[in-house]
Design a binder for this molecule. Structure first.
Ligand SMILES: Nc1nc2c(c(=O)[nH]1)N[C@@H](CN(C=O)c1ccc(C(=O)N[C@@H](CCC(=O)O)C(=O)O)cc1)CN2
Length: 305
């Protein structure tokens, strides 16, 4: 197959994919959650509370946790921010998680990733009480997902699944290829798609020919952190492409721009549907965090399954 000479000539040859508007979907979901938070409060006289812990000064993480706090307030839930210095020890962080685990005003706990070197993210996430683990990254919730049992599901893959179901309806029987096998996105994504009845292939760093696998996909989810990895000729015509990557690149004019793992200008000429970056999967991550916090509060306070 010949590679398009440029985005411009390619878009002349092919119609554009339908854009999946994650920003609008997330805004609607957040509004629904706000309504449900009010109903929950009326019923139980309890306001769900989310604790977010940030260690260090990673600029992107600072933006994400600020947005998490803002959106939490917007739904009427309570936000508890814990900004800790880079020098925080594992024992100090575990002690904070222990206090949050016992705090009755807090129904969801999240430790922002990545953590500074020297802190063990697996030990920390496993220290969070499973029923407050709104990131769904601890071994209890990850195990439940692997076994197809109900639990708290990681926010980014949950957001991707919501977008896919809204766009495609029934997913059963579709071939989904997930590129990337991280605990945060790739693995839970594959398990969610399997639970929907998809045939799932996971490509990762050691996969010999990821492009050949990607070309078989009805649904292609890309979560590698490698910007522009997926080119037009990786995509089956008409496929639905979900781009989880977010990289900030510097432009020659000194400005910066966010780009995904998919070469968007090319991909848009081949895919049937595609998420943009920004405005695709990213906003869904925060909306799903709010969704999980309300679900955790319902279970803790109301005993809901
Ligand atoms: N404990 C966790 N850490 C991290 C997670 C996570 O789910 N749990 N995910 C990512 C970062 N992340 C949330 O924490 C996140 C990433 C991106 C966005 C987002 O809204 N992106 C916007 C662009 C925002 C910008 O201008 O920079 C978009 O794509 O449109 C929200 C949350 C890693 N860490």
């Amino acid at each position: 197959m010949t590679e398009p000479a440029s985005a411009e000539t390619a878009s002349v040859r092919n119609p554009s994919a339908r854009l999946i508007d994650g920003k609008a979907f997330a805004a609607n979901l957040t509004q629904d959650i706000a309504r449900e938070v009010r109903a929950f409060h009326d019923r139980h006289q309890v306001t769900p509370g989310l604790a977010v812990v940030l260690v260090g000064n990673d600029p992107a993480s600072e933006v994400y946790v600020r947005n998490k706090a803002l959106q939490t307030h917007r739904t009427g839930m309570r936000s508890f921010m814990h900004m800790l210095p880079e020098t925080t020890s594992q024992a100090e962080l575990l002690a904070l998680v222990g206090r949050l685990n016992h705090d009755p005003e807090i129904h969801g706990i999240l430790v922002q990733l990545p953590l500074p070197a020297g802190l063990d993210p697996i030990a920390i996430t496993n220290a969070i009480r499973p029923d407050k683990d709104v990131d769904g990254l601890g071994e209890v919730n990850a195990g439940r997902l692997a076994l197809g049992q109900p639990g708290l599901v990681p926010c980014t893959p949950l957001g991707c699944l919501m977008l896919l179901k809204a766009e495609l309806g029934e997913l059963r029987g579709l071939h989904a290829v997930v590129i990337g096998a991280s605990n945060l996105v790739g693995r839970p994504m594959a398990r969610l798609l399997l639970a929907e009845g998809c045939t799932v292939t996971v490509a990762h760093i050691d996969t010999r020919d990821p492009a050949a696998l990607a070309r078989q996909a009805d649904i292609l989810v890309v979560a590698t952190g490698c910007n522009g990895l997926v080119r037009a000729d990786w995509i089956k015509p008409g496929a639905t492409v979900i781009d989880v990557g977010i990289t900030r690149i510097s432009l020659p004019n000194g400005k910066t721009r966010l780009v995904g793992d998919v070469a968007f200008d090319e991909a848009v000429t081949r895919a049937g549907r595609i998420t943009p970056v920004p405005g695709g999967v990213g906003p869904m991550t925060i909306a799903c965090l709010l969704n999980n916090t309300l679900a955790a509060a319902r279970r803790i306070v109301g005993g809901a399954a």
